[in-house]
Design a binder for this molecule. Structure first.
Ligand SMILES: *Cc1c(COP(=O)(O)O)cnc(C)c1O
Length: 470
């Protein structure tokens, strides 16, 4: 007899009581499709000689397939990598004030381009431009999708078919294919490189200025540092030179920040206000790096230049949505109170967290992690670690931190890969890093309020390790 004739029908499996909750949650179509896929796979396997699985096993496989399929792809994770502004993990986490503003804007209509005083049409930039001007000392401001878009729009508006003079030491590549020379040519501008990799002088810029020059540009070398025999031209000198030739001087600050982080014990990172004060006509920076807000590109500077940029039809293609503006407005508002900034802006709070505080947390959580890994041939210790800021900000600075080192007993390094995999398979995955022959979990980004959630996640680790082992 053909064993395939014993295979249950789609309808019979669909009626299994074990699948009722899944049908209820995700609908008939999804579960039916999963059953069809499974039955097709089983038919092939049986034709190739495999035994016919029991109905109960089929039902369990459908359940697992639907559950896996319907899990959101964009899942929250615990960032224990030690890199605070981790681009692959979504950069800055938003402060609660911004999360609430974003939810409110998402849920109901909002005055996005509507003037509540006159009842007339408004401009979406007005949601944040006063705040940006107040915080940077600029005359005008606008917002686009990210800083790459801001730089592109600036160049396309002010330098199309013209020359842009940049130091050779600043022709940078940011991860993810943002290269200054490429953006420049896509924007239609002609790059004029001056100076050398390590030294550029004011006269290099002065000699490169021609009637075809559109602007002088400075790019903050965010993700690397040059040491030794170096020279860069001060912003104020470049501004003065540009203005003598009636050219704008623009700065891509990269991360940029709105406050002097040195006041919170962090290394100094140039602020947008300093760039404006030094004479920059336009400054661009990211919303989700050190600023601690949503993904956005902020442009601040001279009113006439911002007006020109806003008239470029590409501004429409690069504009931000209401969710971004709602979150950005809330984060910018927090910057009006510098005294509590390090408590309220999540990214700044994580960056300024004292090592002793992180070490105390590690000591509290050590028994929980040890219990979760008790069955494996590893040792778990609390160790001092060094966190990175990330997103190319302050690339050589490290922040003293604390966390766990999981080391294999004996020489079997494979166990670490297994644990990493198990941690990634948790309902809320835990992402660490491998270093020094250990799996390191840096606790800098684990808030005190998340400790219980983290403990509960770890309790699921033995089961996750069993799941991922098969
Ligand atoms: C990060 C960075 C960019 C790109 O910013 P996004 O907001 O990621 O688009 C551009 N320029 C510099 C100097 C940067 O550091």
């Amino acid at each position: 007899m053909n064993p395939l004739s014993q295979l249950p029908s789609v309808d019979r499996l669909l009626c299994a009581p074990e699948l009722a909750a899944l049908v209820d949650a995700h609908g008939h179509a999804v579960v039916t499709a999963a059953i069809r896929d499974l039955l097709a796979a089983v038919r092939t396997a049986v034709r190739e000689g495999a035994a016919l699985p029991a109905d109960a096993a089929l039902v369990a496989r459908v359940g697992a397939a639907v559950t896996a399929q319907m899990q959101p792809r964009l899942r929250p994770v615990f960032n224990l990598t030690g890199t605070v502004l981790h681009t692959n993990l979504g950069r800055a986490p938003l402060p609660e004030e911004a999360v609430q503003a974003l939810i409110a804007a998402a849920r109901s209509p909002c005055a996005l381009e509507y003037d509540l005083e006159t009842g007339g049409r408004g401009d979406r930039d007005h949601v944040v431009d006063d705040l940006l001007c107040e915080l940077t000392g600029a005359e005008a401001a606008t917002v686009v999708n990210n800083n790459a878009a801001a730089v592109f729009l600036l160049l396309n508006t002010l330098a199309q078919k013209k020359q842009v003079i940049v130091s050779r030491g600043e022709l940078i590549e940011i991860g993810g294919a943002f290269r200054v020379p490429d953006i420049m040519s896509r924007a239609g501008a002609k790059l004029v490189e001056v100076g050398t990799t390590n030294r550029t002088h004011l006269k290099d810029f002065a000699e490169a200025i021609t009637p075809r020059s559109a602007l002088l540009m400075k790019v903050h070398a965010s993700n690397y540092a040059i040491h030794g025999f170096t020279h860069a031209v001060a912003e104020s000198e470049l501004a003065e030179l540009a203005h003598r030739h009636q050219l704008p001087f623009v700065i891509d600050l990269g991360s940029g920040t709105l406050t002097d982080l040195a006041a919170y014990g962090l290394p100094h990172e140039p602020t947008a206000a300093e760039a404006i004060a030094a004479g920059a006509d336009l400054v661009t920076f990211s919303g989700d790096k050190l600023l601690g807000g949503p993904q956005a590109g902020l442009l601040v500077g001279r009113k006439d230049l911002i007006a020109k940029i806003k008239k470029n039809p590409l501004k429409r293609a690069l504009r931000v949505g209401k969710l971004t503006l709602a979150a950005l407005e809330a984060v910018l508002a927090l910057y009006r109170d510098p005294d509590r900034l390090h408590l309220r802006v999540t990214a700044v709070r994580q960056l300024t967290r004292p090592q002793a505080d992180i070490a105390a947390q590690a000591a509290r959580l050590l028994p929980v992690l040890q219990a979760a890994l008790a069955a494996l041939p590893v040792t778990v210790d609390v160790v001092a670690l060094m966190s990175q800021i990330g997103s190319g900000s302050l690339p050589v600075e490290r922040l003293p931190s604390s966390g766990f080192a999981i080391r294999p007993q004996g020489r079997k390094g494979g166990v670490l890969k297994r644990i990493e995999q198990g941690l990634r398979a948790l309902a809320k995955p835990v992402i660490g890093r491998i270093g020094d022959g250990a799996l390191l979990l840096d606790l800098r980004c684990l808030a005190a309020g998340e400790e219980n959630e983290f403990g509960a996640a770890l309790a699921g680790l033995p089961a996750a390790l069993r799941r991922t082992a098969v």
